[in-house]
Design a protein around this ligand. Sequence first.
Ligand code: DAT
Ligand code: MG
Length: 139
Amino acid sequence: MATNRTFTMLKPDSVEKGYIGAILEKINAAGFRIAAMKMTQMTVSDAKAFYAVHSERPFYGELVEFMSSGPIVAAILEKNNAVEDFRVLIGATNPADAAEGTIRKLFASSMGENAVHGSDSDENAAIEGAFHFSGREIF
Ligand code: DAT
Ligand code: MG
C-alpha cells in the first residue's frame, strides 16, 4: 500500500454543531496526517461544480443548497490506503446504515446532513483537493 491522499470536508452541519474538534480527533486517532486544512464556504456555483457528477440526481439541488449554506472545514489527509481507509472511518452515506464508531454514526443526523465528505477514488481525491487548495497550501 502506497502512502497516498484523500480529500475531506467537515460539512456545514458539523461546523454549526461544534463538532470540528471531535471529528479531527477521530481523524488523528485513525492515523491520518493533515497535509492541508482550512475553513471556507462554498458559493452555490462552487457547490454545483464540486458535485457536478451528481447533477442528474434528484437530491442535487438540496445537496448544493446545503453544502453552500455555511462554512466547512476542507482538508487533504495522508495515510497508507487513504481513500479506502477514510471511507471506512466515515461510514455509510446514510447515518442510519453507518457502522458503530464511524464519524457519520457519531455525528451525522440524516442522509443529506451527513457530517463529512470523503473522496471515492485516488483520482477524485486529487481533483477535489485541487478544487480547494493551491500548491502553496499543501504540505
Ligand atoms: P458519499 O458522500 O457517501 O460519497 P454520494 O457521493 O452518493 O455519497 O452522495 C454525495 C452526497 O449527496 C452525500 O454525502 C449526501 C447527499 N446525498 C446522497 N444521496 C442522497 C439522498 N438519497 N438524499 C439526500 N441527499 C443525498
Ligand atoms: Mg461520494
